[in-house]
Design a protein around this ligand. Structure first.
Ligand code: BGC
Length: 602
């Protein structure tokens, strides 16, 4: 194997083998035997797609079977190890029992690049424990409208904050392509966080100068740190879909920025380029897509690519270029010399979900909390106090983890998140007199010194987390960058208003019910974005933005009881009203709280 190079390997490959390398089906739609037969280069798990009982051993066994198929030289096969990709975006979050880190919005508030590198390194180990090689992370979106359902995947509205994390995350995750690392994928190229009204998959209507300064900016340190893959974005730039833009994918990313890794399309992302499937593949391939994430229609993709080459519409040179990039990444990662997944050093490692890993996540929770208000010295809490813990998110590990946790859209309840602690469990562990009463009704009988009310959103992901009115829904054929007749997926939004009391009146009711008894209120907001919470904040003595803290809810108690200081700083402007979209670049910047805000005690 030692004399094999990507170039020599390519020279031996048939067209079938080449287009197979460019194909990435979803695990539910392909068998190992089909991987062998079609020479498939990569397989992915969509959010919430898992083998067997969703334990590391199930994943390793699945990866073993796919790997073995990819290495078979039977019936004209060529041994090229498969790349398996997942969305491990806050820990290896698809897998039961994994350490779940705060979503990126909380990490942005921590302003701690060194911590980011450690988080990425732990995440890599938990990915390797499952025999997986690749995660579609980091998300480098610079979000300019918190109505976007993916706001929580972003470190902040400020390109400098995102850029300060980008390279460190890649370094921690890829570990120099050694045995302790996995392949990363910076996403979504480019302008995903800049769409008009924050509409998922919408149009980013900005000048090239703004595109560069805001949205391209964080990719530079990621590329410098050697990120091996970049994912194209669903959004358009000034009406042109990124997936079909030769200028964005090839001229800008490859030629101007010098990115040498592979470009993967997003989930059926090329479908939006043209009504005709074959034409949409031609547009994507010629724009610069190397690997097509085509979860179900992968056989049609293979046929289309072959036809396009035979017809001279996609030059064979472009195919060779794409395959070479994929092979080079696989070589650089050492996959050609790696044993089968089951025999790799970290497979089924006991460190998966270990106390040591969870300690890093708990530290991240502590550092991400932003203290917005603290009157009458409501905080810190005393351990011996009689505390009522209320609110629907007080004891719900599913809600505190948010979307992209075991299920794509996330889930409610504690059972779904194995290991870790809810915020209530963390409080109860240190405050023996604390009482849990989700609706706050226990305040009618008890004698309480203080209440901790944990309010917020329920889980969501992608377009289903958007806040937008029905009138802003873009129908196929009617919107910017949408090709008439081409299929597009516009998901039902989370809500129409940024005002929390409109979407979740039950939370304000719980706060008021307890406040009426004269009990001081400490409100903890669990949410994927800043929300308009004026009445909730007025009715509270202290107010903490906890974002989506993940599995280690005990990190919240660490800070509420003063064992650790509050040190989180907003990485997003906090809107003062539902019609606002404040940005620091506004001539009149009048948010409720600016970027950088955060009180300190302790
Ligand atoms: C998302 C990507 C994700 C991919 C694979 C898409 O819907 O936009 O961020 O990596 O699915 O699950």
């Amino acid at each position: 194997m030692t004399d094999v190079t990507p170039e020599r390997l390519l020279a031996r490959m048939t067209l079938d083998q080449k287009v197979g390398q460019m194909t990435q089906p979803e695990r539910m739609h392909i068998t190992p035997d089909e991987v062998r037969q079609y020479h498939i280069g990569s397989v992915l798990s969509g959010g919430g797609s898992f083998p067997g009982d969703n334990r590391p051993a199930d994943w390793v066994a699945m990866n073993d079977a796919f790997w073995e198929a990819s290495m078979s030289e039977e019936d004209g096969g060529i041994a090229i190890p498969l790349l398996y990709g997942v969305d491990a975006i806050h820990g290896n979050n698809n897998v039961v029992g994994a350490t779940i880190f705060p979503h990126n919005i909380g990490l942005g508030a921590a302003r701690d690049p060194e911590l980011i590198e450690r988080i990425a390194a732990v995440t890599a180990k938990e990915i390797l424990a499952t025999g997986v090689d690749w995660t579609f992370a980091p998300t480098l979106a610079v979000v300019r409208n918190v109505r976007w359902g993916r706001t929580y995947e972003s470190y902040g509205e400020d390109a400098a904050v995102v850029a300060s994390y980008a390279g460190r995350f890649v370094t921690g995750l890829q570990a120099g392509y050694g045995p302790d690392g996995v392949l990363g994928c910076a996403k979504h190229w480019v302008g995903d966080g800049g769409t008009t009204d924050g509409i998922d998959q919408g149009d980013t209507d900005v000048s090239e100068e703004t595109l560069d300064a805001v949205h391209v900016n964080p990719y530079r340190p990621a590329i410098k740190a050697g990120v091996g893959a970049v994912m194209a974005s669903f959004n358009s730039w000034n009406g042109d879909k990124c997936h079909g833009s030769h200028y964005l994918l090839t001229t800008k990313l490859r030629e101007h920025l010098g990115f040498e890794g592979l470009i993967v399309s997003d989930w059926n992302g090329t479908d939006q380029l043209a009504a005709d499937f074959v034409e949409s593949i031609a547009l994507g391939a010629n724009a610069g897509i190397d690997l097509f994430m085509m979860p179900e229609k992968w056989k049609e993709l293979i046929e289309a690519l072959k036809q396009l080459v035979r017809d001279g519409i996609v030059p064979e040179d472009r195919i060779d270029d794409a395959v070479l990039r994929i092979l080079r990444v696989k070589f650089a990662m050492g996959l050609f010399h790696a044993p089968r997944p089951a025999d790799r050093p970290w497979s089924n490692s006991e460190t998966f979900g270990s106390a040591e890993h969870r300690a890093v996540a708990r530290e991240a929770v502590r550092k991400s909390l932003v203290l917005m208000k603290n009157e009458g010295a409501a905080l810190p809490l005393a351990r011996q106090a009689n505390i009522i813990v209320a609110g629907k998110n007080a004891h719900d590990r599913g809600h505190q983890c948010g979307g992209f946790t075991v299920a794509w859209q996330g889930q409610s309840g504690n059972e779904v998140i194995e290991g870790g602690t809810s915020i209530w469990e963390g409080i109860h562990a240190v405050a023996p007199h604390a009482v849990l009463s989700p609706d706050g009704s226990a305040c009618d009988d008890g004698n309480f010194d203080v209440a901790v009310v944990v309010i917020g959103e329920r889980p969501y992901a992608e377009g289903m987390g958007d806040i937008r009115g029905v009138e802003t829904v873009v129908e196929p054929g009617s919107g910017p960058g949408i090709v008439p007749g081409a299929p597009t997926e516009r998901l039902e939004p989370y809500a129409e208003s940024l005002e929390h009391a409109v979407n979740h009146p039950e939370d304000l009711a719980t706060i008021r019910r307890i406040a009426e008894k004269g009990i001081p209120i400490v409100t903890v907001l669990v949410s994927g974005r800043p929300l308009v919470v004026n009445p909730e904040m007025s009715a509270s003595d202290a107010f903490v933005a906890a974002w989506l803290p993940g599995s280690e809810g005990a990190g919240v108690a660490d800070v509420l009881f003063g064992d650790h200081a509050f040190r989180g700083r907003l990485s997003f402007s906090w809107p003062a009203s539902a019609d606002q979209n404040p940005s620091r670049e506004d001539a009149m910047y009048v948010p409720a709280f600016p970027v950088g805000y955060g009180l300190g005690i302790g």
